[in-house]
Write a protein that binds this ligand. Structure first.
Ligand code: PSV
Ligand code: MN
Ligand code: MN
Length: 388
């Protein structure tokens, strides 16, 4: 069995993954949203479920909220509820993609009144952040156009800058804005924040408290995502990840499911660029569980991240650097691949046991009976869904 050095175990201790509240609600495609017994009916129940993931893995102490999906009357109550369950509230995600007024844009809209409405929504999100104790406001914009000529690309970019500036100016000293990019969808011809370069250009002119969010599912096939990770870290502008997997588009599948090697390469660059304890980066998941069970889906996800992190930490960086310096192409590649091919699962299971956790969190959760309890208890009311 591969053993993990004390240095690696210490580095792994620092791993903290942020879970998306919406992963615990029902989600689906435009064809069907399937219902699951026991699915949360409100944000309080989502937090309780998220806390189960942390309970069995000690990897997921923070839960991100989406507004208005997670709007409650009193956010101080929700914060207290989270703390009582051993987790804290994290990133606040804004939502300008489900309102009729935003058909032709929100922060970029031609009409100043619509832009103001979208700006006000973000100011409300900042108010929420004060109550929840959150540091980050995450902005993803569903803005763009479907046909060449439909929109003034340059004008929209200028209006975006002005709108973001107003939001940025309202941030508290310890708050940040992270701007997420996505290359297409729901717009199909152009998107106003399609790539890391646009996000970087926008946040760089806002100031130090504005950073880029990299969602791993938001790139064209074949994109070298770890290169982008490296570059943003170099520039001091990587604010957060939205981790997930994709086969075709923005699939939001379990992180590490489609391409564990890509996850390994990304985490290697995170470690190379300053490590897991970099306070600037929020390691978030942005996933949906359409057909699989949600709590085990999230447990699987955080374990996948931990596993690929351990493998990335196993890369013999000195040997790699020596091979790189001497132009030993195959030697360098072998050092890298040796780490990737190392099965760290038994060592991680043993380490978990040494910390008072079950060796197999998936099995321990299944045996706990929690799923049956919530299925029996949560009858009546309306199940939460992505988009509700
Ligand atoms: C958009 O595709 C996105 O990745 C953004 O992060 C949204 O907030 C999230 O999905 C909603 O699932
Ligand atoms: Mn995302
Ligand atoms: Mn997405």
């Amino acid at each position: 069995m591969t053993t993990l050095s004390p240095e690696i175990l210490t580095a792994l201790e620092q791993q903290a993954i942020e879970l998306p509240s919406w992963a615990f609600g029902n989600s689906g495609t435009r064809f069907k949203v399937f219902q699951t017994p026991g699915t949360p009916r409100d944000p309080f129940e989502k937090i309780a479920d998220a806390a189960q993931v942390h309970k069995y893995t000690r990897l997921a102490p923070v839960v991100a909220l989406h507004i208005p999906w997670d709007k409650v009357e009193n956010f101080a109550d929700l914060r207290k509820h989270a703390e009582d369950h051993g987790v804290e509230l994290g990133t606040i995600n804004s939502n300008t993609f489900q309102d009729e007024d935003y058909k032709f844009g929100a922060l970029t809209h031609e009409d100043a009144a619509v832009r103001q409405k979208a700006i006000d929504h973000h100011l409300e999100c900042i108010d929420v952040m004060h109550e929840t104790g959150s540091r980050d406001l995450k902005i993803w914009l569903a803005e763009g156009s479907n046909y060449p000529g439909q929109a003034d690309l340059r004008g929209r970019q200028d209006r975006l800058q002005e709108s973001l500036q107003q939001i940025y100016d309202r941030l508290g000293d310890n708050q940040r804005l992270v701007l997420e990019y996505k290359f297409f969808e729901p717009a199909f011809y152009h998107t106003d924040v399609p790539d890391w370069g646009t996000s970087y250009a926008q946040v760089a002119s806002l100031g130090e408290k504005a950073m880029v969010c990299l969602d791993t599912g938001h790139h064209a096939p074949g994109t070298n995502i770890e290169f982008i990770v490296m570059q943003l870290l170099r520039l001091g502008k990587l604010g957060s990840f939205d981790f997930n997997s994709r086969f075709y588009a923005d699939d939001d599948l379990i992180v590490g499911a489609a391409d564990p090697f890509q996850l390994f390469r990304i985490l290697f660059e995170v470690i190379r660029g300053g490590g897991l304890n970099n306070p600037e980066i929020a390691f978030m998941l942005d996933q949906c569980h359409n057909v699989e069970e949600k709590i085990p889906g999230q447990i699987r996800s955080v374990l996948n991240v931990q596993e690929m992190t351990a493998r990335a930490l196993l890369v013999d960086r000195d040997a790699l650097a020596a091979a790189q310096r001497s132009g030993d192409v195959l030697g360098a590649n072998a050092v890298f691949m040796d780490a990737f091919y190392t099965d760290v699962r038994p060592a991680l299971a043993q380490w978990r046991e040494s910390r008072g956790l079950a060796a197999d969190p998936m099995a321990a959760f299944a045996a706990s009976g929690y799923q049956n309890t919530i299925a029996a208890d949560r009858v009546g009311g309306v199940q939460s869904s992505w988009g509700a």
